[in-house]
Write a protein that binds this ligand. Sequence first.
Ligand code: C2E
Ligand code: MG
Ligand code: MG
Length: 427
Amino acid sequence: MSPGSTDTLPDGPGPYQPDTTSAAAQRLQPSILLLDDDQFMLDVLSGLLRSMDYEVAGTSASAEGALALLLEKPHAVDVVVCDLNMPGVDGIEFLQRLGKTPFRGSVILLSGEGLRIMHTVQKLLGNSGPLILGALEKPAGRVDLRALLDCWRPRVTATPPQSNISIDSDEIHIANREQQWLVHYQPKVDLRTGELIGMEALVRWNHPQHGLLYPETFITVAEEFGGMEALTYWVVRAAMEQLGKWQESGFQIQMAVNVSMENLRAPEFAGRISSLVDQFRVAPQDLTFEITESRLMGTASVPLENLVRLRMKRFGLSIDDFGTGHSSLVQLRDVPFTELKIDRDFVHGARHNQIIRPILEGSIGIAKRMRMRSVAEGAETEDDWHLLREIGCDLAQGWFIGLPMAPESVPEWIDQWGTRRSRLVGQ
Ligand code: C2E
Ligand code: MG
Ligand code: MG
């Protein structure tokens, strides 16, 4: 099998191996530690959790107490349910300090401070703190608690994060010359019918020393050192060729390719792309370009010219990661996008999150009124899937549906999807 024939979960920092030896991996239900300065709260909550058949490993009325306990037995606890507003060491400092211990479990915030404050705390901790499953307002009911605790799963141990791998410009140029790239494809499906609509091409690097690398390790380096042009055309060609093969074998699907601002700054981009569709005998209507970084679009005319020419040739244009970075309302106003791709930050877990859900629903509403196709990325669970259906999103993409995979793995995915699909669309 070719290197990395399917991406591994979780995506991003790279290959993860399930840690099947630890005690946590043997458990089906998480073991829980409660931290709250209010003893009455601790009693009520432990009673509630035990009545729901969860194991309460301990309670602590102070952050110091909880830290001591977790330092002593970091593997005895899977989930800490943690208050924020506490005298002395508060919840924020507790979580910052917890992030520096060997504790590998997760955290649920439970506070009277309101969801917006808890959301900001989650952002504040970012990658430095422990994994936060979610936030609940006091008093928390059974249903909400169970919904979050159900998200817990035994943590896997990561191979060293790829953010530690540093890539220099020479390596990028060698990779371009020796074509060390490969493309994984991730399905986009129709939420109403479950039909496979298209694939997104996602580049990977089969690095001679580091193995399979993901874009976050090398795209910015390639952009900085002039490596994007060759990389993009390599991906575009591979994707067009693959699309041609799939269409020939009877799959009437579309293809999406990511392009960066670097590409759009070259005046000949749209023209070169048009010659390539002729060469590979695919229809422009079946190709969508996903544009993420649009920072300079407002002032620079070349990118806009490229985009408008591509659109006049009937290629699709997608505003990627909508709602983050520079993928903003201004871009929506000025670029003839055909697809609005909602960033995964606003998708996964939206049903129970009163902050991201309105943003998700609002984005879908904007897409509808502007006659654009809405696509939600980062559909990770069945709950995400059903919510997206309920609120009328057009297409979904995410781990719940299928991981990015090598083209050889696609037929097998199509078979599996065929068996899951009818149940998921209620037919
Ligand atoms: P993107 O275009 O927004 O692609 C979606 C990213 O989300 C992919 O990461 C994909 O593997 C990941 N993903 C898919 N489903 C889920 C899910 O359910 N949950 C979560 N958390 N993540 C999910 P990947 O492949 O690491 O790519 C990262 C970014 O790199 C892409 O984001 C895109 O902006 C860029 N990129 C990838 N390939 C290319 C390329 O050929 N050219 C350019 N210019 N950029 C590329
Ligand atoms: Mg994309
Ligand atoms: Mg995206």
